[in-house]
Design a protein. Structure first.
Ligand SMILES: Cc1cc2nc3c(=O)[nH]c(=O)nc-3n(C[C@H](O)[C@H](O)[C@H](O)COP(=O)(O)O)c2cc1C
Ligand SMILES: Cc1cc2nc3c(=O)[nH]c(=O)nc-3n(C[C@H](O)[C@H](O)[C@H](O)COP(=O)(O)O)c2cc1C
Ligand SMILES: Cc1cc2nc3c(=O)[nH]c(=O)nc-3n(C[C@H](O)[C@H](O)[C@H](O)COP(=O)(O)O)c2cc1C
Ligand SMILES: Cc1cc2nc3c(=O)[nH]c(=O)nc-3n(C[C@H](O)[C@H](O)[C@H](O)CO)c2cc1C
Ligand code: SF4
Ligand code: SF4
Ligand code: SF4
Ligand code: SF4
Ligand code: FES
Lengths: 214, 356, 194, 451, 234
């Protein structure tokens, strides 16, 4: 009984970041990498994995030290911890593939200032157990990656006619170059937000209708 | 005699109204554009005709569709969507695949207008939003030109044949560049507009060709003469603010005269600047869209000068042969700021008065 | 124009490769602080200020890192220096000019987590700019940021009076405007290269 | 410089509009007296300020020109009986806005001669300014230019203020109206007498008469009969609406701007309408009261348009019967088409502030009615029409969102004097002035309930 | 804050013990972080160096057809060449490629310049034997996909670099003819580059990069030909 409750609690923490409090679509945080590196699914995936790694690790470490860190240096400590893991990711990616490193550009380093990570350290990990914090980091990271993939897949599909580099739309498809350009990034994210807004509104309207009839 | 009045109307002052109304203004702009369209069809043939049919149709349908979705009365009756469509078509190359023109029309209205709340509320010129989208999405197709089919080619074939890319299948690649001119077999067409020839080869085009529109270019931009004439009609009817075209044209003239004076062999002469590319169409019909332009007396001049100057800067120093579209969009973007900082001084709020 | 000339670096960072609209740095404040013109302008000024100070600090820091062969500490040391700089700037302004502090004060802490500060520092390092180039680059970037922010704020203030559909209100419409602005800024591409 | 080229260096203000004037219908028609109606309605609140207090009983007999109500305070005036007859009742009468307000009903004696038996001669030259103010109040004269503000209040220059220039307003910028025009042509002598009195009362140095350039015959006439001992300048100003508004006139003639929220007197100016002055000049030396005024009756639905001298209190129905009015579907306007009010009932009387009665058949092309309202297309026509240099476009958008505070603080809503130029030009048919009236009253109510 | 709430919250003590604790924690966290970074740095260093070297090596082999071995030469400001072991340092570098038998096949030169969107970096080969550029590869480019990025793979464009004439003038201090990019379809001379239609700007940028490089390095290579040839045998 108690155990199932705990498990569903864990599940909630995990799913929270994925959907209800999706960092990109709902909280509108971490916009720069979201827009800058999503012109292909591969980049989006790499960035997503990097952020998951940094989020989970930094959340874990922050939760570990949360009781001993004095209030005055809290933020400084968090930034230090985050920067450490970002540096690690930076080197790991370089070791894996230089072209990938080039494609992601300075945006790996910029994970340091990604508001999502500092935000989760501050809002969640500093108040919760290590396990919960890891789950939260993972959930948020997955949510972020999900958003990146939403953008990346649309932009790659329409912009190059491919997905993960594989030609999907056929060779005579005319690619819409704009989706690979900066403005296409803004427009695609804007379009997703509009779509979610539309869904939300429709759900609310249906709910209101139901209430009215009952 | 006894007076009896059955229905007396209660109304608030003023009880008089000036005669012009918004739909009348819009309708007159449509009238003013008809000669330009007709000339485009005459110059470029059937493809231009289909283009001028497709883009407005897409715009009007999109507007109607979104009004229906929002549960509002359809606003296609104010003719503004029609203008957007016609102007969009006039800024596209005649051989553009029709499906791309339809995409452009949809984007113009959906992204450029409806999203901001419809007529009058759009910060940017909808037709140019559509064109900028197409330019960024299909940069090759939108810089593929076909020759003006008069006065050198008098064959009437152009009215019965379409240029090959026009009927490309939706979302499919346009026919290859080689096939563009094929059905009309024009000799010696280099596929360049006067602007690209000037920019990349420093080749000048004769004044009369430019002024009367015997050059390749976007469907409706070629005849400076006709555009000025039709613009003059609107200005005469007081349905267009004359200050904007005058401001754009004169600032472009002055700046390009300056460049020309500095290096006549490198930069185009000022009259070339005015009559080539989309300068005239943009200055007369697009910069003057009051929705995206400032309404303060000083603001109008600032806006117009900015557009003229940015256009010449992009043409002369930039990477692209043409810049009027970007210049107008930037002018639109600056409009709220310009309006704010050029608010006229309200009567009775003189600084000296306030100190009293 | 030479691509390393100061004028070119300035124009490039100011409008051609505008840091917000083309490079995608500083998007969060661009979306978050562009509701009001007045606030936007102050935020912009604060960012220019912090950029100039922090990029001169990181320029010196980078020289030390190279000398000590400790490039692997770049990210961590940059962010620490930037955070400290912002703190110092805040304290300095508070002491020296209470008026300016009142105007800019609340924006300064936000800037620490604004990625354009770290981003500019990183870019100037990757591009191996010398000191003058770095300063011009950060000035141009800061002004580009301010330009984009102020234009956006002007448009958003105007849109407050428009009938924007409810599903698009807020971030959605801001992103769409940003997309159109980004298209408009594409016109400057290649400026000064032909 | 542009003004110089455009309008031959005529003095004027910037912005404003040129509605079709249509004055030719009545401008050549001499003032004619309208017959007395069988019954008169004299509202106690025909002027701005406190209502008058009746001093007659029901059933009492009154003589033409006899006071029937006294001033209800300093900013108020007495009323005089327009006819010889009997007070039928003192009760509620329909007013222009469709509501009811207190009035004195007087029934005419059909056989009465209607001679004015009231009044004595007084020597104005021996009166002190304070005595003149009192005497003007006793005549019951209020601003006949339309605002009906008690004239003696304007004459009483407060301590510490000084009026150096008196402006006589002969602009009559509203379309159709020609009463001031006729007054200047036919009653110039009385008007000069009024000017002399007012000048003495206020101790002003200078008098300027401003007349629009569409009334050059009036200018000619005024020049001819100008008394030699009276120093008056006559200036021609451009015919443009709202040239007659006192703020615009001060700007055009003296290049002085009345500061926002202040009165003309704060820049040393007082403005009087020509009809107001001619009444003072006529009534004050005889110690009589204001009982009639000149009204232009015009419009396409009127058979005999003209300038009629009417006893105050004449019901509209009677006026229309006399001038020939046959339509059953019409719009009736009291005042001019730009600022006047429509009336909802024919039982409304002619009052001191009524300058004209206009009748238009339904569907007249000039009328603003039933037009489709479009969204504001930011054309800026309104911005270029507003004489106060406000921004009606943005004000209109703000009003739609009920952002009243922004309207007041950033866009000077309270400086709008409701001239209607913005609504007149708006191609999208947005009822801008109406929005501003509502906004202003909301703001005033809020302020009142806050204090 | 009301008085009783203030009493309820114990005032934060800023005594020396607290700040000692602060410094302690920061040092602790700092140490852990530093350790982590150094460990990762050490672990990934060989792989990164290997990757970098491989990329350069492979690119060089790509632009020098049939080359089997290579030598790296740094050029300093005075124009002297020194052989390097690995492609490090900030000096401009030349990469000489040799056949199986040690014969010099070509010298790869790196160049960069501003294109349409951003800087374009390229690697190209000068063949002392043919006195021409015989190989070309784009290392880095952010040109518009579909337009400018055709310079990477467009076959017709690559055709330009099969043998692009850069032979030296009589004095031997500069190429006899400047490399120029001409409009698509108008190439007539061996030192001209035929532009890609629709990407004239990017094509011109490539022409400029090659011309600048040729002016600087071709005379240098010709002067030091012996030394370069020998470098292969080391
Ligand atoms: C509350 C109030 C007080 C006024 N006080 C004075 C005054 O002291 N002196 C004066 O010359 N006019 C005074 N006026 C009259 C105005 O200046 C003005 O003539 C009057 O409102 C009619 O102007 P209009 O017809 O242009 O609307 C006052 C008006 C109002 C409404
Ligand atoms: C929009 C507007 C237009 C006016 N036009 C005239 C006019 O043409 N003639 C006039 O006598 N008064 C006009 N007035 C009223 C004057 O402002 C002013 O109140 C009047 O001249 C004062 O004289 P009075 O109190 O004797 O009527 C106008 C007022 C407004 C607000
Ligand atoms: C969105 C967009 C992207 C562009 N990208 C490039 C580019 O990457 N490289 C380039 O040389 N020109 C680019 N251009 C410039 C135009 O294609 C330009 O007209 C062309 O370079 C010169 O035309 P031509 O080759 O047809 O004579 C771009 C234009 C636009 C609108
Ligand atoms: C003089 C004038 C110029 C116009 N120019 C444009 C234009 O360039 N693009 C456009 O979409 N609509 C144009 N319109 C139509 C209309 O104003 C436009 O669709 C609005 O932007 C829609 O809110 C114009 C209208 C007028 C009266
Ligand atoms: S605090 Fe974070 S989310 Fe808010 S504006 Fe700043 S960077 Fe963006
Ligand atoms: S009532 Fe009309 S005509 Fe008379 S003054 Fe006022 S606005 Fe002018
Ligand atoms: S009604 Fe008010 S806002 Fe409109 S024009 Fe007149 S003063 Fe200006
Ligand atoms: S006149 Fe009407 S449509 Fe034109 S700006 Fe003013 S309010 Fe808007
Ligand atoms: S400002 Fe760049 S990620 Fe938020």
């Amino acid at each position: 009984m108690n155990e199932t409750k705990a498990r569903s609690d864990d599940m909630n923490v995990l799913l929270n970041g994925l959907w209800k409090e999706n960092p990109v679509f709902v909280q509108v945080l971490g916009m720069c990498p979201t827009l800058a590196i999503t012109n292909s699914v591969k980049n989006a995936l790499a960035m997503g994995l990097s952020v998951i790694f940094v989020l989970v690790m930094s959340n874990a470490l922050v939760a570990m030290v949360r009781k001993i860190v004095p209030k005055q240096v809290r933020i400084a400590t968090y930034i230090l911890i985050i920067a450490t893991f970002v540096t690690m990711v930076d080197y790991i990616i370089k070791a894996v593939s230089i072209p990938l490193y080039k494609a992601l550009g300075a945006f790996i380093a910029l994970i340091v200032v990604n508001c999502i990570i500092l935000g989760r350290a501050e809002a969640f990990a500093s108040k919760n157990t290590v396990w919960k914090s890891i789950l939260d980091g993972f959930g948020m990271g997955i949510g972020f990656t999900f958003a990146l993939l939403c953008l990346g897949s649309v932009r790659e599909l329409l912009g190059s006619g491919t997905l993960l580099g594989v030609n999907v739309l056929g060779s005579s498809f005319e690619p819409w170059v704009i989706f690979l350009l900066p403005s296409g990034g803004f427009l695609t994210l804007g379009a997703w937000l509009l779509l979610f807004g539309f869904w939300r509104e429709r759900k609310m309207r249906i709910k209101a209708d139901k209430e009215a009839t009952s | 005699m006894s007076v009896s009045v059955r229905a007396i109307e209660l109304n608030t002052s003023p009880h008089f109204k000036a005669a012009t109304s918004t739909d009348a203004i819009m309708l007159n702009v449509v009238y003013a554009l008809i000669p330009v369209c007709a000339f485009a069809v005459f110059t470029f043939g059937l493809s231009a005709f289909l283009l001028i049919l497709t883009a407005p149709l897409a715009c009007v349908l999109t507007e109607h569709f979104f009004c229906r979705i929002a549960g509002k009365e359809s606003t296609v009756g104010d003719y503004s969507a029609l203008i957007t469509g016609i102007l969009l078509a006039l800024t596209l190359p005649p051989s553009l695949p029709l499906w791309m023109a339809a995409v452009g029309g949809f984007v113009s209205i959906a992204l450029g207008k409806t999203l901001f709340g419809g007529l009058g509320q759009n910060p940017f010129n909808p037709a140019l939003v559509g064109r900028a989208f197409l330019q960024a999405a299909f940069p090759v197709a939108i810089t593929t030109w076909s020759p003006a089919l008069w006065p050198s080619v008098w064959s009437t074939d152009r009215f019965s044949h379409v240029l090959l890319p026009t009927l490309s299948l939706p979302f499919m690649k346009a026919e290859t560049a080689a096939g563009y001119i094929h059905p009309l077999s024009v000799d010696g067409f280099s596929g360049a507009t006067p602007l690209t020839m000037m920019k990349f080869e420093h080749v000048n085009t004769s004044f009369s060709s430019l002024f009367f529109g015997m050059t390749p270019g976007s469907t409706g931009e070629t005849s400076a003469f006709l555009i000025l004439l039709c613009g003059a009609y609107l200005m005469y009817r007081k349905m267009m603010d004359w200050r904007i075209p005058v401001g754009v044209i004169s600032s472009a003239f002055l700046l390009s005269a300056l460049f020309y004076a500095l290096a006549p062999d490198k930069y185009p002469p000022p009259f070339f600047t005015l009559c080539s590319g989309g300068m005239m169409l943009g200055a007369v019909f697009m910069a003057s869209d009051m929705v995206g332009s400032p309404f303060t007396p000083r603001g109008v001049w600032i806006y117009a000068t900015l557009i003229g100057a940015v256009t010449v800067t992009i043409r002369v120093l930039g990477g692209l042969p043409e810049g009027i579209m970007y210049a107008i969009l930037l002018g639109n973007a600056m409009t709220p700021l310009i309006n704010l900082y050029t608010q006229p001084r309200v009567y009775g709020t003189h600084r000296e008065l306030r100190n009293k | 124009m030479s691509q390393t000339s100061l004028l070119f670096i300035f124009i490039d960072s100011f409008i051609i490769n505008n840091i917000v609209l083309m490079v995608f740095l500083g998007i969060c404040p661009f979306l978050g602080v562009s509701g009001k013109l007045d606030t936007a302008f102050r935020m912009g000024v604060a960012v220019i200020f912090v950029l100039l100070v922090s990029s001169s600090m990181t320029y010196g820091l980078n020289l030390l890192l190279i000398k000590w062969h400790a490039e692997y500490l770049r990210i961590i040391s940059y962010i620490v220096v930037i955070a400290a700089t912002v703190q110092l700037v805040e304290m300095f302004i508070k002491k020296s000019s209470p008026g300016l502090f009142r105007a800019l004060g609340i924006y300064l802490p936000l800037i620490t987590t604004n990625c354009c500060v770290l981003g500019v520092a990183m870019f100037q390092t990757f591009r191996e700019y010398n000191f003058a180039q770095s300063m011009v680059f950060s000035l141009g970037s800061g002004m580009g940021f301010t330009l984009a922010l102020v234009i956006m704020a002007g448009i958003r203030e105007q849109l407050n009076l428009a009938d924007v559909p409810s599903i698009a209100k807020g971030t959605g419409i801001a992103l769409m405007v940003a997309g159109i602005l980004s298209m408009a800024f594409m016109g400057f591409a290649g400026l000064g290269t032909l | 410089m542009w003004q110089f080229l455009g309008s031959g260096a005529r003095k004027t203000f910037s912005h404003g509009v040129h509605p079709p004037e249509s004055k030719e219908l009545t401008q050549a028609k001499a003032i004619r007296r309208l017959p007395f109606a069988p019954e008169f309605i004299i509202p106690l609140s025909q002027h701005t300020g406190a209502p008058s207090r009746p001093i007659v009983r029901e059933g009492q007999e009154v003589v033409r020109g006899e006071p029937i109500a006294e001033a209800g305070g300093f900013v108020s005036v007495p009323m005089h009986s327009p006819v010889s007859g009997v007070v039928k009742k003192i009760g509620l009468a329909r007013d222009v806005r469709g509501g009811m307000s207190p009035a004195i009903f007087v029934r005419q004696y059909p056989g009465a001669s209607q001679e004015i038996l009231y009044g004595t001669h007084v020597d104005v030259d021996t009166m002190t300014p304070a005595e003149i103010v009192k005497a003007v109040q006793n005549t019951g004269v209020v601003g006949l230019g339309g605002a009906a503000f008690p004239t003696h209040v304007k004459l009483a220059v407060p301590e510490g203020k000084n009026v150096d220039t008196i402006i006589v307003n002969g602009c009559e910028c509203e379309p159709y109206l020609t009463t001031d025009h006729r007054v200047m042509l036919e009653r110039a002598g009385d008007m000069y007498e009024g000017i002399r009195i007012v000048k003495r009362a206020m101790g002003a140095e200078r008098v300027i008469i401003g007349v629009e350039h569409n009334k050059l015959d009036a200018v000619e006439r005024l020049r001819q009969c100008k008394p030699a001992n009276l120093d008056v300048t006559i200036e021609i100003v451009e015919a443009k609406y709202p040239q007659g508004a006192e703020k615009m006139l001060a700007k055009a003639l003296l290049n002085r701007e009345v500061p926002s929220g202040k009165l003309p007197i704060d820049v040393g100016v007082a403005v009087f309408n020509v009809a107001t002055l001619s009444q003072i000049g006529e009534l004050l030396p005889r110690k009589q009261g204001l009982i009639e005024r000149v009204v232009t009756v015009s419009g396409p639905a009127v058979q005999h348009p003209g300038n009629y001298l009417m006893a105050l209190g004449t019901p509209l129905r009677f006026v229309l019967e006399q001038v020939g009015f046959s339509k059953t579907d019409a719009q009736l306007i009291l005042g001019g088409p730009m600022m006047g009010t429509t009336v909802g009932s024919l039982d409304v009387p002619v009052t001191k502030g009524v300058t004209g009665i206009l009748a238009f058949p339904r569907g007249d092309s000039r009328l603003a009615r039933d037009e489709k309202v479009y969204a504001c297309i930011k054309c800026g026509s309104c911005v270029q029409a507003c004489p106060i240099h406000l921004n009606p476009s943005t004000l209109g958008l703000l009003a739609r969102k009920q952002e009243f505070d922004t309207m007041v603080e950033s866009f000077h809503l309270m400086d709008c004097f409701e001239c209607g130029c913005c609504s007149y030009v708006c191609p999208s048919n947005i009822p801008l002035v109406q929005h501003f009236r509502v906004a202003k009253s909301v703001v005033r109510d809020r302020k009142a309930s806050a204090s | 804050m009301t008085a009783d709430v203030q009493q309820a919250v114990p005032p934060v003590k800023v005594d020396s013990g607290n700040s000692l604790h602060m410094v302690g924690v920061m040092t602790g966290v700092g140490t852990i972080c530093g350790l982590l970074i150094v460990v990762v740095y050490q672990l990934t260093l060989p792989a990164i160096q290997h990757n970098q070297a491989t990329i350069v090596r492979e690119s060089v082999f790509e632009v020098i057809p049939k080359a089997q071995s290579q030598a790296i030469l740094a050029v300093d400001d005075s124009g002297t060449l020194t052989q390097l072991e690995s492609p490090e340092g900030t000096l401009p570098k030349l990469f000489a490629g040799y056949s199986h038998s040690g014969e010099l096949l070509g010298v790869a030169i790196e160049g960069s310049g501003r294109g349409y969107a951003d800087v374009i970096r390229v690697l190209y080969t000068y063949s002392p034997e043919k006195k021409a550029i015989i190989g070309f590869k784009v290392l880095d480019c952010r040109e518009t996909p579909g337009l400018g990025d055709k310079i990477i793979a467009d076959a017709a464009f690559q055709e330009n670099f099969k043998e692009l004439d850069v032979k030296l003038n009589a004095a031997g201090d500069a190429p006899a003819n400047a490399v120029v990019t001409v409009k698509h379809g108008t190439k007539a001379l061996p030192w001209q580059i035929d532009a890609i239609s629709g990407a004239t700007i990017s094509s011109k940028a490539v022409g400029r990069i090659l011309n600048d490089g040729a002016r600087r390095f071709v005379p240098l290579i010709e002067k030091n030909l012996d030394m370069i040839t020998k470098a292969g045998t080391k």
